[in-house]
Design a protein around this ligand. Structure first.
Ligand SMILES: Cc1cc2nc3c(=O)[nH]c(=O)nc-3n(C[C@H](O)[C@H](O)[C@H](O)COP(=O)(O)OP(=O)(O)OC[C@H]3O[C@@H](n4cnc5c(N)ncnc54)[C@H](O)[C@@H]3O)c2cc1C
Length: 315
C-alpha cells in the first residue's frame, strides 16, 4: 500500500513509529502500514494506534537475525510502493534501514528528530543533529521512497483510538538467511536505566573529587530521582559508569525535572536533556551556557547551595 510504512522490531518501536507516521499521514494523504514480527505489537494494537494495514512477518528459523526478513520486506515494498519507510534508529534498525535503502535504490536519512510535510514543495522535510549536536541539519527528500530512521524516544508513541478498522496480512517466510546468530550475550548494565527517570540530578565537572558526588546522590534521593552525569565525569574521570552519561554520546532523557550541578551546559550534553520538562542549574559562573537553557538557575558554589537545598527539602 503506498503511504507511510513503519517497520518495527518491538512493540515499543511500533508505538513510537506509528506516532510519527500518524502525524504525517493526513498531510501526505496517505495510509499507514505497520510491518511487525509476530510476538511484538499485535495487529489489533497497531490498528488502534493508527495503522490501516498490518503486515505480519513470519516466524524466523532459530538463530536467524531480524535482517533475514529483508527479502520479504523488499518484495512487499516493491509491490506496495510506500512514499516513506520509518525504522527506529537502534543498531539493528539502522542496519536494516540501510540495507533496504540499498536494495530499493532509495535515499536514507538517519536519526531524524523531526519530520514534516512541506505542502509548498510537496516534499518531506526532516531535521537531524549535525556537527556533534552543534547544528541542526534540514533535509528535503524529493524522491520516493525515502527511508528514515528515528531515534528511540524522540517521538510520542501513538495513543490507541477506539473503533479504528484495518486489514491484516500474514507475510510468507523469508528464504533461509546466510547469517546465523551463534550466541547472544546481554550487555552488562553497570548502572540503572535513567532514560525512564522522572527526576535526574546530573553531576558535572564542577565537582572537585569523586567522593563529593555523594552530595549529588543525596539530592537525587531526596527528590526521589536518579543520578546522571556529564561525559567528563563518566568517560574521562571514570567517577560514574558510562551508562549514566547524558547527551550526544550518552543517553537521551525525558525527566519531569533535571537538576544540573556544576554542569556548564555545552550543546553535546544539553542535546540529551531536550525532553526535560523543567531544567534547573547550580553553577558558580553566571555566564555558564546552562543558565540560558534553564527554567530556574542558582548562581553559586554547589558545595554551599546543595546542602541548603537538602536542608529546605528536609523541612
Ligand atoms: C562529539 C562530542 C560528543 C560529546 N558528547 C557528550 C555527551 O554525550 N555528554 C556530555 O555531557 N558531554 C559530551 N561532550 C562533551 C561536551 O562538549 C562538554 O565538554 C561536557 O558536557 C562538559 O561537561 P561539564 O559541564 O561537566 O564540564 P565543564 O564544561 O568543565 O563545566 C563545569 C562547570 O562547573 C562549574 N563549576 C565549577 N566548580 C563549581 C562549583 N563548585 N559549584 C558550581 N559550579 C561549578 C563551572 O563554572 C563550569 O560551568 C561531547 C563532546 C564532543 C566533541
Amino acid at each position: 500500500m503506498p503511504g507511510v510504512w513503519v517497520v518495527a522490531e518491538t512493540r515499543e518501536q511500533a508505538h513510537e513509529l506509528l506516532g510519527a507516521a500518524r502525524s504525517l499521514a493526513p498531510d501526505l494523504g496517505a495510509a499507514v502500514t505497520a510491518v511487525v514480527p509476530r510476538g511484538s505489537a499485535t495487529p489489533g494494537e497497531c490498528i488502534a494506534r493508527g495503522a490501516d494495514e498490518v503486515l505480519v512477518l513470519a516466524d524466523l528459523a532459530p538463530g536467524e537475525p531480524f535482517g533475514a526478513h529483508l527479502p520479504v520486506i523488499e518484495q512487499e515494498a516493491r509491490g506496495g510502493s510506500p512514499d516513506l519507510v520509518l525504522f527506529s534508529a537502534t543498531a539493528r534498525g539502522k542496519e536494516t534501514a540501510a540495507r533496504l535503502a540499498a536494495r530499493l535504490g532509495a535515499g536514507l536519512c538517519s536519526a531524524c528528530t523531526s519530520l514534516a510535510f512541506d505542502r509548498g514543495s510537496g516534499s518531506l522535510v526532516m531535521e537531524r543533529l549535525a556537527y556533534g549536536g552543534a547544528a541542526i541539519q534540514k533535509l528535503a527528500a524529493p524522491a520516493k521512497p525515502v527511508i528514515v530512521t528515528v531515534p528511540p524516544r524522540s517521538v510520542e508513541p501513538a495513543a490507541p483510538q477506539e473503533g479504528r478498522q484495518g486489514r491484516t496480512r500474514e507475510l510468507p517466510a523469508p528464504p533461509p538467511s546466510a547469517v546465523k546468530i551463534v550466541e547472544r550475550k546481554p550487555k552488562e548494565k553497570v548502572a540503572k536505566d535513567i532514560t525512564e527517570a522522572r527526576v535526574i540530578v546530573c553531576a558535572g565537572r564542577g565537582f572537585d573529587k569523586r567522593e563529593d558526588l555523594a552530595l549529588a546522590r543525596e539530592l537525587a534521593d531526596a527528590l526521589g530521582g536518579e543520578l546522571g552525569a556529564t561525559r567528563p565525569v563518566t568517560e574521562e574521570l571514570h567517577w560514574l559508569p558510562e551508562d549514566l552519561c547524558i547527551g550526544l554520546s550518552g543517553v537521551q532523557v525525558k525527566p519531569e525535572l533535571y537538576v544540573g550541578l556544576g554542569v556548564s551546559g555545552q550543546v553535546q550534553h544539553m542535546t540529551g536533556v531536550r525532553g526535560a520538562k523543567v531544567v534547573c542549574a547550580v553553577n558558580k559562573d553566571e555566564n555558564a551556557p546552562i543558565f540560558a537553557l534553564s527554567d530556574f538557575g542558582i548562581v553559586g558554589d554547589l558545595y554551599d547551595v546543595v546542602p541548603k537545598i537538602l536542608e529546605a527539602l528536609r523541612k
